[in-house]
Design a protein around this ligand. Structure first.
Ligand code: HEC
Length: 179
């Protein structure tokens, strides 16, 4: 190898190390209020490389929606990180209701939009959550926001056809995960 090909090889190895440490996404993720590009490198180091995170960053679809294995942890996370402002049923408090079909930001009815709002925040007390929650936790808590939904099923485009068929508006006394 001559000197310049050695230099190239060294550069390629460094680029490889650098790139594998980066969070890759096919999605064009934007701040809900400013429209600025979100930087996934801001995320916490843990929970970046789970199968669910990888699938979501490829497709924009949250694989945790209605996953019975995930819902108990999802509920716990929501009660820790969100319910103080949004109410324990997502019925609204300081922050708006999250369990009906009205969205201040209509993109929140897609998983990508909801992720963008949670990751990057919105206005006032809705701060960015990337310092509090890992990427995997964000998908997990999003599943609980979807699960708390009580509105008409035809206004819930985030559900798959099978989930739409199985849909029952959330009711505290009859949570679907224990049915
Ligand atoms: C300190 C209070 C606070 C906390 C904690 C908080 N939020 Fe919010 N949230 C707000 C406020 C206030 C708004 C309204 C912001 C706006 O309109 O721009 C909001 C807005 C939102 C919206 C947009 C709703 C719409 O109608 O478009 C979503 C989605 C949301 N929050 C989800 C969450 C989730 C999930 C968590 C927990 C990970 C969380 N928030 C934690 C206060 C909070």
């Amino acid at each position: 190898m001559n000197r310049s090909s050695v230099r190239l090889a060294v550069a390629a190895v460094f680029a490889g190390v650098f790139l594998t440490g980066m969070v890759k996404s096919s999605l064009d993720l934007r701040n809900t209020v400013t429209g600025e590009k979100l930087n996934l490198e801001d995320s916490l180091p843990d929970g970046r490389d789970t199968p669910a995170v990888r699938a979501f960053l490829e497709t924009g679809v949250n694989p945790y929606n209605e996953d019975p294995k995930v819902l108990p942890k999802a509920k716990e996370l929501f009660l820790t990180a969100c319910s103080g402002c949004h109410g324990h049923l997502g019925e609204g408090k300081v922050g708006p209701g999250l369990n009906d079909d009205y969205w201040t930001y209509p993109k929140n009815e897609t998983d990508q939009g909801l992720f963008e709002t949670i990751f990057g925040g919105a206005q006032a007390q809705m701060g960015p959550q990337y310092e509090n929650l890992t990427l995997d936790d964000m998908l997990t808590v999003m599943a609980w926001v979807r699960h708390l939904y009580t509105g008409p099923v035809d206004h819930a485009p985030w559900f798959t056809e099978a989930q739409k068929k199985a849909y029952k508006p959330y009711h505290e006394d009859h949570p679907a995960e224990t049915n």
